[in-house]
Ligand binder design. Structure first.
Ligand code: MG
Length: 237
């Protein structure tokens, strides 16, 4: 077979490869999902609607309700965390705010997707529901509002597609911060945002050294928020 490239081309900067190098390894072949949003073949599924075996709650067992392919917060039972630990990754999460609209501002359809258990991407019913900008749906809570409010109506399924770069530490020193790119319902709402540190309520938290991998945490904020179809793909780090 003829060479599928060249060996008489310039070296690429900061690379061991030449332009169109025939020796350069091919990317692995994976089978993508049949439909957008479903897990591709190399994804690790965290929740497929069948149960909460991959999750733990405050007293061990995750006590949220599972029915019809989704999980729903059971208020008072506490946050739940994944058994899986994630570092750099692509993450897909679907959620729905309660169809019955109750409360206002932060009291309407509040939950959260916490990367590594520490960095909250706000889940809220942000459809025609004014609140502070850095607390609306798809905000990095208390740090950055989303670029736009792309909320669907209460009760409709919505998507978060996240590209996450974990922070790096050398001992107790921060080497590089966390970065987040987020698509909400297919719309870019954070483009490689540099996080200030772990998120908090009425507070600014500096980075504190932690493990390179951490769980996904979903928040019980007392509202009947639903989640389904949660999967991730580790990215090389
Ligand atoms: Mg929240």
């Amino acid at each position: 077979m003829a060479k599928l490239g060249y060996d008489d081309t310039p070296m690429l900067p900061d690379s061991q490869w030449q332009v169109h190098d025939y020796r350069r390894p091919q990317p692995p072949v994976i089978t993508p999902a049949a439909e957008p949003g479903l897990p591709p073949a190399d994804a690790i599924v965290l929740f497929d609607g069948s149960g909460l075996s991959g999750w733990t709650g405050r007293e061990g067992e995750a006590k949220w309700k599972v029915e019809n392919g989704y999980m729903e917060v059971v208020p008072g039972t506490g946050d739940i965390v994944s058994v899986e630990r994630m570092g750099d990754c692509q993450l897909h999460v679907e959620f729905a705010s309660p169809r019955e609209v109750k409360g206002e501002s932060q009291g309407r359809g509040n939950s959260g997707v916490f990367m590594m258990g520490l960095y909250e991407i706000q889940v809220l019913d942000g459809y025609e529901n004014p609140t502070y900008a850095d607390g609306i749906t798809a905000s990095v809570y208390g740090e950055f509002p989303p670029l736009v409010n792309a909320c669907r109506k209460p009760g409709e399924w919505q998507t978060y597609d996240i590209v996450w770069t974990a922070p790096r530490f050398n001992g107790v020193e921060l080497v590089s911060p966390a970065y987040l790119t987020l698509l909400h319902n297919g719309v870019v709402v954070h483009n490689h945002a540099e996080l200030i540190g772990p998120t908090g309520h009425r507070n600014v938290h500096p980075y504190t050294a932690h493990a390179p991998f951490g769980p996904l945490k979903l928040q019980d904020h007392g509202d009947l928020v639903r989640f389904r179809n949660i999967w991730y793909r580790p990215l090389a780090q």
